[in-house]
Design a protein around this ligand. Structure first.
Ligand code: CMP
Length: 144
């Protein structure tokens, strides 16, 4: 079981001035921040990050949204990080997200859903290294 996951506070989160509130909720849930930065994704970088979705009908809109402004990737650590973080953020579609989850509280649509969370340990490792070099991470044991 891995204890790392990648969060991205998406452009709607940044634009709506919610970085502080969402980050506080993540930390209060017991996650430790190993790396954090604000970046404006290029189309190339977003295409690479979301390659698994490239055949989906929403892919072009997703790339447009994720490159529409800065986002905040955060490398997180906690026991059972992937699963616990997905519970904290709630379902992809905020309409289906449980009460109290970050998406239920702040997301406006299935696309503009405030925050990303890795869906597996393998993807967490890949996604963390998409945004962070070893030197940029507090705990860099074997993650790049
Ligand atoms: P996330 O799960 O972080 O990564 C894939 C993203 O694609 C997802 O968040 C949403 O932002 C977006 N997405 C997923 N499903 C849909 C959909 N049916 N329509 C539009 N956007 C979607």
């Amino acid at each position: 079981m891995s204890n790392k996951t990648l969060a991205i506070l998406k452009p709607d989160c940044v634009r709506n001035n919610l970085i502080g509130k969402v980050t506080a909720q993540i930390q209060e849930a017991g996650f430790k921040i190993n790396g954090l930065k604000m970046v404006h994704l290029t189309v190339d970088s977003a295409n690479g990050f979301y390659e698994v979705h490239k055949e989906r009908p929403f892919f072009n809109d997703l790339i447009k949204y994720m490159t529409s402004g800065p986002c905040v990737p955060i490398a997180l650590e906690k026991e059972n990080a992937v699963e616990d973080f997905r519970k904290l953020i709630g379902a992809t579609d905020p309409a289906n997200a449980a009460e109290g989850t970050i998406r239920k509280l702040y997301a406006i649509s299935i696309q503009e859903n405030i925050v990303h969370g890795s869906d597996s340990d393998e993807n967490a490792a890949k996604e963390i290294s998409h945004f962070f070099s070893r030197k940029e991470l507090l705990d860099n044991n074997g993650w790049n």
